[in-house]
Design a protein around this ligand. Sequence first.
Ligand code: F6P
Length: 336
Amino acid sequence: MKIGILTSGGDCPGINATIRGVCKSALNHYGMEVYGIHNGFRGLMDGHVNRLTEDSTSGLLTLGGTILGTSREKPFKKTSTNINNERPSMIIKTIQSYGLDCLVCIGGNGTQKTAAKLMEVGINVITIPKTIDNDVWGTDISFGFDSAVSIAADAIDRLHSTASSHQRVMVIEVMGHKAGWLALYSGMAGGGDIILMPEIPFNIHSIGDTIINRLKKGKPYSIVVVAEGINTPEGKKAAQYIAEEIEYETGFETRETVLGYIQRGGSPTAFDRNLATLMGGHAVELISNKQYGRMVALQGNKISSIPLSETAGKLRLVTENHELVVQGRRMGICFG
Ligand code: F6P
């Protein structure tokens, strides 16, 4: 069998480990041929494809980013400039010219949607959930998330000393798109006093009360972890808005840090390396059984898969009754 592999959407640690897992099991165990498709779905349109061999996988386990490159190309999205959208037929032509039996698409929510549409036009696909946001519905964890949490938690650790030295409130903005998973997990791991997420509305007065109560308990400083996707007035960045509001509400000197793309860089954690390896191998197993149209998933502590139709178009969001939120509240952490 011949499989194509592509990476689409935001990069993150662990993508290359996934490519390695797919390639090494496909080549060694199943005797398949593997073709790398460059820059996400755009590579299928451009025909930017090359054969991957055992040599292609050396050094990938620990390497950040993606050796295939990525893009946010949405081939089925109609725009005013391409009413007669030729891109799907270009994709089909490339797949036929290489004789690919199946595509392995590594990506987040946008990728799941595009993959489901490719199935509808007769292209076999298997997807592997990839995102630091951890917002892909149907899998308990996406690879990339643990690495981003570790990076953000380390950054939060470093803010405690400067906050206490200057008796300041330090606000750190983490990524996560429309979900609060990164803020929740890194905030709890980093000892945040206040953790704000898009899923839980916040009130600046309760945030101010938390800060003042800490002062009364002899802690004239606080750490505030903010998800980039919280609701702010038009155009205001999350950390900037919250820092301004806190300074006005409490009179505390407040400074903000936006962690940004550092959360997407560098080598994956050991957890993400193993999750990526297992998911890559499971994708090839599904292909060997001709079980197409499925997304690989971690459910409980088992690697399994779900129909693409079940996940495409859905978001996995934090809930008020999530165990970390419940436990955090019991410990006096303010979630807004
Ligand atoms: O989806 C991953 C992510 O890093 C989000 O957390 C963030 O909002 C977005 O990508 C940034 O997109 P881009 O890389 O296109 O700037």
